[in-house]
Structure formats: C-alpha cells, structure tokens
Design a protein around this ligand. Structure first.
Ligand code: M6R
Length: 600
C-alpha cells in the first residue's frame, strides 16, 4: 500500500522524507520517489523497486531544499515502473504531487485534459490531479486545489508543492489517511504515524474533506469548500512498534479491524451501475470452458470453497475447489477447456505455485487472485486480480480472507454477466454495503469476547455448518486452532450423526453457523441433537425460526445468503483471537507457523 511523507521546515527535507518512507516500507510498495523544491526548481527523483535504489539515485544530488514530498507506491493503475512512480509533475515542472488512493473518474478527466492539449507521462490515475491543478491554477494554489477536489471522485491523500508558491505545501484528504506532525522547527506530514515518530508525537489528524496549507512556521486548516476550520493538536502515546499496530495490541486485532476499509478498497471501482468491472479479465472468452478449478491452501482454500459454490450455482458448470498440495500430485483432468483459479494472499505459496505451473503445462487458462503485487503466482498466471487487503502481518489470515471472499463473489457475478446468466442484482447492491455491516459487527466485539470465555479451558471445539456455511466453519476452526492451540474440527452438520456426535458430551462447545435459508432449519435441528447430549452452543444465524434452548445466538445482518460468509468471518476471527489472548498465546506469531509457506 502506498506511503506518503512531506516536510516543510528549517532544515533539509530529504532526511525526513527518506526515513519516513523507510518506516512505511512494512506496508509494501513497488517503487519510490521524492521531489525537493530547491533554488526555485522542483527536482524529482523516482524509480521502480526498493528504497535502496532511490537512496542510490538521490546520493548523486546535493539536496538541501527545505520543502519536499516523498512516496512509496503500490501499483493499482499502471504497472510498477519509473514513469508510474510518484511524485507526478505538470509538464512545466512547476507543480509536483504525491497521491494515495484511487481517482475513480480519472479516465473521463484524462480525456477532457487531452482534448485541451495536455499530454501524459504515466498510466496512473494520480497524474490527472497534477494536470488538473495546472489547468485550474490562477495565482492561488489553495484555490486551484479546491477546484480540483470538486472534480475528482474516489479516495485521496494529497501533498502538493509548487515553484509558483515555493513556501508551502497544500495537503488534502478523503478516505485515505493523512497526519500532520508539528516538531520544533518543521511541519512533517505522513500517511501513517510510524513515519513521524522520530520527529514528533504532536500531530493533527486530518479528517475526510479537510485540507491544510502548511508553511514552515504556520498551518491553516480548511474544508474542501475553503471554509477556515480549527484543529486540535494531539499527542500520540505510541512508540514506533505500537504505531505500526495503530495502537492495537497485536497485528491480528488491527487487521481484523481494518476489514471494513480493505473490503471497501477491494470493491472500489469494480461495481458501476450494478455491472461488475474486472477489466483485467476482458480478454478471456468464458464460453470456452467446460470446467472450473479453484486451487489454494489453508485460509485461501476456504475462501475458494465458498467462491466455487457461488460460481457453480451461477454458471451451472462443474466448479471444484482443491487443496494445492493434492491438485499438484493427483494428475488432475484438465485441458485447454478448463479455467483454473489460484488463490493466495502471499502469492508465494510453494504448492499453489507448483499447481499453477502444472495447470499451465496442461494448457488450462490460469487466473491468480493474489494480495501481494508482483508475487510469483501473480507473475506466473495468465491473468491476475488483486485483493486490496494491504500488508497482512499476523500469521493468521483475517483481512486477506474476507477480501478474497469479496473478490471471488465479484468474479462469480462477472462471469455470470459475461455468460449472460441470471444475476442477483440485490446481492450486488448489498455487496457495496458490506463494509458498513462489518463495522456494525465489530461493534459487538465484547459479545465475542464473552464467547471466548466459554472456550478457554477446552481441549476440543466443534464447528458445524452446511452449504456455504461449511466453508465458514472450516475457516473458523482453522483460526481457533492456529492462534489458541485448541483442537478444533469443522463438520458438515448433516455428517454429525455419521460419527462425530459420538464425541459430544456434557460441556462440549459447538459453534454453529446457519445463514443459508434453504438449509438453516436442518442445521438448527442438528444443534438440538448436540444440546440433547450436553453441548453448549454458540449459533450465528439470520433465522428466527425454531431457535429454542440455544443460549448464545448472534443474529447476523439480513443480507443475501451469498454474502453471509464475509459477515460471519468477523465473529469467528474475534472468538479465536480472544480465546488465544485469554490463554496468553502469541497471536501474531503462533508456534510452528510461517506467514508464507514457500517450501513444500
Ligand atoms: O499466502 P497464501 O494465501 O497462499 O497462504 C495459504 C496458507 O498458508 C494460509 O492461508 C495459512 O493457512 C494461514 N496461516 C491461515 O491463517
């Protein structure tokens, strides 16, 4: 994910910019750059690759300018390249900016500017902003920025400098973080607190639709309409490590709470007028396939199980989800009429990568669903779709899982659209509100903390569900065993009678999910069978029918059954998390596990 730094003060800007970018490295990036305003010129140095490449390039300059902006880019529009890196400048080289976020209407704006005679250097959405600033500049950078903000749609954190007004930085924010620090002799700006902490802990948090004009001695705040506002300086209590966790105790908890945002990011620009836009796949003709495979490991496999069911229902084609380590050795029957979809957060999982290579050898079409840009799986596949979860640091996958679910559901509707199949438009509409529902569920965190108390002393826990809910309970059980070391197994509820019910005794805890209306009552009657044998049950459902004797029922928001897997993931993650915390486990780094399994 992109990072921003900016400096306006009494000393050379470069040291702050570079140290700030290095503090943001953990968020992931594929290129980096800086602009320094020096001797009334903008000097921009940027390049693809790691920060050390940029360090090497800047070492050839004598930088001492005391105003500057810096950026690390994680490509969204346009491949990682020198030209697509930030900062972006207008053609006269009088204005330079860095941008985090996505300008959703950049194509229209770009065409409009091309018609006015503007030329573009990059494929990015961000360059449109600097060219628009050039177009609107009429002696007042602040005013020009306000005019630009009225034209752009999407999300942004922007830092702008100009030789036309060489004493200032203009910053603006909407749906992308931007923080301004006040140190003894400078104002420093960053997209994240860790970049500021070496210089100051006194910060202004810019809110959406706010902007600021910063000089070395002064700062003024405005709304995007230009109304002057006051902001309070806050002292952040963090050290650098805590700041990376945004004040949460662990990365896992931070990542669980990031889900409304990253789901929103994954959806962004992909639904327009109820149509799914996945331009990355526009060259595939889906009519050619007679079979579809999903291949993945661990949590990504659970997301695939859900994606496969949804896609099968929609396409009426056989769709299978397979664990990569099985797929690669079981001589799968695939050929050029098979579509194979490889799901991986890291994009580096050895078994998934080997399975992908095998599918290619057998002439199948391959799509990667990955989170890490430029990862091996994303490079190897014929087509790639990225989840926008940002860096996932905790070993237990949380936000990568829910963004995979979101993207796989989008993919299913996209294929349906391309094949002219019937589409559930209500579900597409509700998909856009999913971040809001996730936020609502997160507010009930204390309830899930209470449920965790029921599990803390157990050796075993049982998860049951049917249909799509089975994929959800598999993931719930995996989360619990990974972080709390409680043995947990997930069963298709209809299979209980065929064996597992023998394990149920007084005090057993059964976590049940029943969100699929066509089968919910069946699961609920399986629950009654466990209660009759002494189990304590925690049920996640939307159904109000036949709920009796169940002490712990959590009602999920009433959205389309297809979307329920995304919602129920949140309580199941939090139950696992709090159980692990109560037991004193190292939740971010569970024993014996690695974040990315790059060996067989
Ligand atoms: O990076 P990947 O998505 O390919 O990783 C797959 C699994 O190793 C991963 O999901 C693992 O199961 C996680 N620890 C789950 O929390």
């Amino acid at each position: 994910m992109c990072g921003i730094t900016a400096y306006c003060g009494n000393h050379s800007a470069l040291p702050f910019l570079m140290q700030g970018l290095s503090k943001l490295e953990y968020r992931g990036y594929d290129s980096a750059g800086v602009t320094i305003l020096q001797n009334n010129k903008l000097i921009t140095v940027k390049c693809k690759g790691r920060l050390k490449n940029l360090e090497e390039k800047v070492s050839h300059y004598q930088f001492d300018g005391s105003i500057g902006i810096g950026h690390t880019r994680w490509a969204t529009h346009g491949i990682p390249s020198n030209l697509n890196s930030h900062p972006h400048n207008n053609s006269l080289n009088t204005i330079s900016l860095v941008h985090n976020g996505i300008i959703e209407n950049y194509r229209e704006l770009k065409n409009e500017l091309i018609d006015k005679g503007y030329t573009f250097q990059s494929d990015t959405d961000s360059e449109v902003v600097v060219q628009l600033l050039d177009y609107y500049y009429n002696g007042q950078l602040l005013e020009a920025t306000q005019k630009v903000l009225k034209r752009i749609e999407g999300s942004y954190a922007l830092c702008i400098i100009s030789t036309l007004e060489p004493d200032k930085i203009i910053v603006a924010k909407k749906e992308s973080p931007l923080i301004i620090g006040k140190s003894k002799d400078a104002f420093v700006v960053a997209s994240d607190i860790p970049a500021l902490l070496e210089y100051t802990k006194d910060v202004y948090f810019l809110d959406d639709f706010e902007m600021a004009m910063i000089t070395k001695n002064d700062i003024s705040f405005f709304t995007h309409e230009g109304k002057s506002i006051q902001k309070e300086l806050t002292t952040v209590p963090y050290d650098t490590e805590a700041a990376k966790k945004d004040g949460y105790d662990t990365f896992m908890l931070k990542e669980i709470h990031e889900q409304p945002y990253v789901i929103h990011e994954t959806l962004r620009g992909r639904i327009f007028n109820q149509q799914i836009i996945l331009d990355e796949l526009k060259d595939i003709s889906f009519e050619q396939f007679n079979k579809i495979y999903f291949v993945a490991c661990g949590t990504a496999y659970h997301a695939s199980l859900c994606g496969a069911q949804v896609l099968e229902r929609i396409t009426q084609l056989p769709v299978l989800a397979t664990v990569a380590s099985e797929f690669r050795y079981n001589d799968p029957i695939i050929d050029d009429k098979t579509l194979t979809i490889f799901v991986s957060q890291s994009g580096e999982t050895a078994d998934t990568l080997a399975a992908l290579k095998l599918a290619k050898q057998k002439q199948a079409t391959t799509i990667a669903i990955a989170n890490v840009l430029g990862s091996s799986i994303s490079r190897e596949a014929d087509y790639v779709l990225y989840t926008c979860a940002g860096p996932e640091i905790a070993v237990a996958s949380t936000k990568a899982y829910t963004t995979q679910l979101v993207l796989l559901i989008l993919l299913a509707y996209y294929v349906a659209q391309r094949l002219n199949k019937e589409i559930d438009y209500q579900a597409i509409e509700q998909l856009e509100s999913i971040p809001h529902y996730v936020e609502q569920i997160l507010k009930d965190e204390n309830i899930f903390q209470e449920y965790a108390l029921m599990l803390k002393n157990l050796h075993d826990a049982y998860f049951i569900g049917r249909s799509l809910d089975y994929a959800s309970v598999l993931e719930g059980a995996l989360k619990l065993k990974e972080v709390s070391y409680i043995h947990a197994d997930a069963y298709v509820a209809g299979e209980l009678k065929h064996g597992p019910i023998a394990l149920i005794e007084n005090g057993s805890v059964v976590i049940a999910v029943a969100t699929q209306p066509h089968i919910a009552t069946k699961t609920i009657s399986n629950i009654q069978e466990t209660i009759a044998r002494g189990a304590k049950v925690i049920l996640f459902t939307t159904s109000h029918e036949d709920i009796k004797n169940i002490d712990n029922v959590y009602y999920l928001p009433q959205v389309s059954p297809t979307l329920q897997s995304i919602l129920v993931a949140i309580p199941l993650q939090l139950i696992a998390y709090y159980t692990a915390c109560i037991k004193g486990c190292d939740v971010d780094k569970p024993r014996n596990l690695a974040k990315s399994v790059t060996v067989e």
